[in-house]
Design a protein around this ligand. Structure first.
Ligand code: SF4
Length: 93
């Protein structure tokens, strides 16, 4: 089976991986300070509820704005991993 012809543009950290991979997005609601930076950085990807951010979808296609949101969180409450392998994608360690 081929992996397709690059429908999704790989986000930083995902280059060289199959373009049909799926990322897992999680927010640590206890660490989140409710700044809303993530929702502003990646519109439609995060929503604030009860003072904490939540991903609108926990499984997403690779997308740069999701990485940008994880990198911009001041308390590193957002964790993006590769669903298949569990490898950490963002934020950088
Ligand atoms: S940027 Fe971080 S602290 Fe701010 S709302 Fe998003 S997850 Fe919470």
């Amino acid at each position: 089976m081929s992996g397709g012809a690059g429908r999704e543009r790989p986000a930083p950290g995902a280059e060289g991986r199959p373009d049909d991979e799926v990322w897992q997005v999680r927010v640590d609601a206890k660490a989140c300070m409710g700044t809303g930076i993530c929702a502003g950085t990646a519109p439609g990807r995060f929503e604030l509820r009860d003072g904490a951010s939540h991903p609108t979808s926990e499984s997403v296609a690779p997308a740069r704005e999701v990485v940008d949101a994880a990198e911009s969180c001041p308390v590193e409450a957002i964790l993006v991993t590769h669903r298949g392998t569990g490898a950490r994608i963002a934020p950088e360690e």
